[in-house]
Design a protein around this ligand. Structure first.
Ligand code: GLY
Length: 374
């Protein structure tokens, strides 16, 4: 007997005239046409995707868009795509296809494609609407929601971009089944982050349901994505352009960015793995600064470890630079304000806050201790 397909959940991001909905559920790609048709002025869409996703899923999207004409450009997979050359190629392709201001662009892929396609939509003819169809867990719970779009520069990641909210997000839970286990777990690092930021009950739920979710339980996956995007939606509604609370979403990211730079943005460390390690380090730093109990960082690490996720510098293969170099890499992070180290710290699980003036010596000592555990 086949499993009945549960109905999709809907989470709204209420930004007044830029309000949009995120639909989370199974079979959404198969009915993408029904979901998208109300947004169209003419039955035609331009899809930006990447080669691996196109090979696996583009035919299914074409079938799901039944009655809507679709053209697609598949860009190379990987972070290197998120730069000027492929961005220019995508924008020129959209112009060649005569995409007009009233048309719709679809971003069909992970975070790289979502960010690049969203930015292309932001600047094309001074702004066209776009729909995100994220194909990784990481993109479903984070990058497809909230309107941060952009590309990397030789000066750093995500330094060129625009806030441009999508008109709709379709998070199809079924597509997660084709993700390699390591990519899925990496996205799970961002899911855990939401519990740690502001929802202790969600973290406790993940401690119980995480293993089933990783093993493929669709209902658990749908619930985890729903709760993650609901929290992100509330934060983005409060602070769309990150002048305050939205910075909470960067829990673990200052450590993560330094570690990604130190490992050359290679597959030695995936982004979500860096976030997981960064979250554990942020809790350890909070404990060292007397802000939270010793139990909190232990519980964070225990859950990450139980899920098979990386949770310490010892889990990164190969050489790492000394603490002083890692600290210097953090100081280059674009979130540093006036040379002061800004971190997201926590008073407990589910109680994160923005700390403006973290003593560099405390961070250096923490990193030295973590490096000594290797
Ligand atoms: N990924 C962090 C944010 O959207 O603000």
């Amino acid at each position: 007997m086949t499993e009945p397909i549960p109905t999709a959940d809907t989470v709204a991001v209420d930004l007044g005239p830029r309000r949009y909905e995120i639909r989370i559920g199974r079979g959404l790609i198969a009915r993408a046409g029904q979901e998208i048709a109300p947004l169209l002025h003419r039955p035609r869409v331009a899809v930006l995707t990447e080669e691996r996703v196109a090979a696996l899923h583009l035919d299914r999207l074409r079938a799901g868009l039944a009655g809507i004409e679709m053209e697609a450009l598949a860009l190379p997979a990987g972070e290197a795509t998120k730069g000027w050359p492929q961005f220019a190629r995508a924008v020129d392709w959209l112009l060649e296809r005569k995409v007009e201001r009233s048309d719709l662009v679809i971003a069909f892929g992970g975070g790289v494609i979502g960010d690049l396609a969203g930015f292309a939509a932001a600047v094309l003819r001074r702004g066209v609407r776009f729909v995100q169809i994220p194909t990784t867990l990481l993109a479903q719970v984070d990058s497809s929601v909230g309107g941060k779009t952009g590309i990397n520069s030789v000066h750093g990641k995500n330094l060129i971009g625009a806030f441009h909210q999508p008109s709709l997000v379709l998070a199809d839970i079924d597509i997660l089944a084709t993700l390699p286990a390591r990519d899925f777990l990496s996205g799970y690092g961002e899911v855990v982050k939401y519990g740690l930021i502001g929802d202790a009950a969600f973290f406790a739920w993940l401690e119980t349901h995480g293993p089933a979710l990783a093993a493929g339980d669709s209902a658990a996956r749908q619930e985890a994505v729903r709760r993650s995007v609901a929290m992100k939606a509330r934060i983005v509604e409060r602070d769309e352009t990150e002048t305050g609370d939205r910075a909470l979403l960067n829990l673990g990211h200052t450590f993560c960015h330094a570690l990604e730079a130190a490992t050359g943005y290679s597959d030695r460390l995936l982004h979500g793995e860096g976030v997981a390690i960064g979250c554990a380090l942020a809790f350890e730093l909070s404990q060292r600064l007397g802000l939270c109990s010793q139990e909190a960082p232990s519980r964070v690490r225990a859950h990450l470890r139980a899920m098979g996720l990386r949770c310490d510098l010892a889990d990164i293969p190969g050489e790492l630079p000394p603490a002083e170099t890692l600290l210097a890499l953090m100081a280059q992070d674009k979130k540093v304000v006036d040379g002061r180290l800004r971190f997201i710290l926590a008073r407990d699980i589910g109680a994160a806050f923005v700390a403006e003036d973290v003593p560099p010596a405390a961070v250096r000592d923490l990193l030295a201790a973590a490096l000594a555990r290797r």
